[in-house]
Design a protein around this ligand. Structure first.
Ligand SMILES: [Mg+2]
Length: 364
């Protein structure tokens, strides 16, 4: 099965809840999404999606993805669908985010051709679905407490509190959230915003609270140096870009990793890194940097095919944004993300929501 056509679209996806605020004053208003459709000589299509979180979260840039899209699209014409990841890497050095939607589309096409849901190609579903979390952006204590209550009342049992700024303010934010939703499971995500000393001050002032610490400092090295001073689980997100990073983190006592599909270049590498993290005994989250229904479906399949005992949580980005690009995602009752049961990603893409193509290679 070879690729005969590649079409790319651009969809802007504003956030339902307004600006999303990370440490260091980083703000994003919505996702700027690249959607890719591949057509094959077997008559099967595949869809993929990628959106970075703004320009200051990861080394990824939406305009970079759109600049690379014509090059990658033309390189894929005539390529076997099963070899897409290799062709992408031979065509463009680095820039994994720019390749992610193309790789995802190939997996969707393979699943559709096989008549199997993507989770069956990735190890099989283990259980019903994956626990969802929702992020509470940095703000003032009252606003963060009110947001926590709103998400808890919407069915989210796990909340991620954005920290990583002034440690004393972060302590006040966390205590306000704990007071508002004492039954929620909490992650404190600094997004790499702290120096080691900041993180130590936050840890000392919150020793009586129960939470998991996520990406306290920017680098793997700093976070590892902090590890002996944190008597609680610690997981890394931004620092994890490869199998080597997973092995380094595991060796230094990091408890879990978050794998973002776009950061690692697509489903192929996300699955590889996930399987290594599972094999060395880590807690694993598979999610992404942004997108709507297409991307959320991919996260759902990768997550549910991760062994349940080591699966942490994931996100329902299609509920974070005001627009949709597909139908068929199962409901999220009970705060769980379920994967569609149809072939491939298992959703029907709403092509009318995507506007005119920005790239169309191989079309007549
Ligand atoms: Mg994170």
């Amino acid at each position: 099965m070879r690729i005969v056509r590649v079409t790319c679209f651009r969809q802007l996806q504003p956030f339902v809840d307004g600006p999303y605020v990370l440490s260091g004053g980083r703000v994003d208003e919505g996702f700027d999404s690249l959607v890719v459709r591949i057509g094959t000589d077997a008559g099967v299509e595949g869809w993929g999606e990628m959106s970075p979180l703004g320009t200051m979260y990861d080394p990824a840039f939406a305009d970079g993805a759109f600049a690379a899209a014509p090059l990658l699209s033309s390189a894929l014409l005539g390529a076997p669908v099963a070899s897409v990841a290799r062709v992408l890497d031979r065509t463009l050095k680095g820039h994994p985010y720019a390749k992610s939607a193309f790789d995802m589309a190939a997996w969707d096409a393979l699943g559709r051709a096989a008549g199997l849901p993507l989770h069956d190609l990735l190890g099989g579903a283990d259980g019903e679905g994956t626990t969802l979390y929702r992020s509470i952006g940095r703000s003032d204590p009252d606003t963060m407490a009110a947001t926590a209550r709103k998400y808890r009342d919407s069915g989210y049992r796990r909340l991620q509190v954005k920290v990583g700024g002034d440690p004393q303010a972060d302590v006040e934010h966390l205590r306000a959230v704990v007071a508002a939703v004492p039954d929620a499971e909490l992650y404190c995500d600094a997004n790499g915003g702290w120096q080691i000393g900041d993180a130590r001050r936050f840890l000392a002032a919150t020793a009586d609270l129960s939470y998991v610490l996520e990406q306290p400092c920017a680098s793997l090295r700093e976070s590892v140096m902090l590890r002996p001073h944190a008597a609680r689980p610690m997981v890394l997100d931004e620092s994890i870009t490869s199998v080597v990073d997973v092995m380094d983190a595991a060796q230094h006592g990091i408890d879990g990793v978050t794998i973002k599909i776009a950061r690692v270049g697509g489903v192929t590498n996300a699955r590889l890194i996930r399987d290594v993290a599972v094999s060395v005994g880590m807690a694993v989250t598979v999610e992404d940097t942004g997108g709507a229904d297409i991307d959320t479906a991919a996260m759902a399949h990768l997550s549910v095919s991760t062994p349940a005992a080591q699966r942490a949580h994931t996100v329902d980005f299609h509920h974070w944004v005001t627009v949709s690009n597909g139908v068929g995602m199962p409901g999220t009752e009970g705060g769980m993300l379920r994967s569609p049961q149809g072939p491939g990603l298992g959703i029907e893409v709403t092509i009318g929501a995507l506007g005119d193509p920005v790239v169309d290679e191989g079309g007549s």
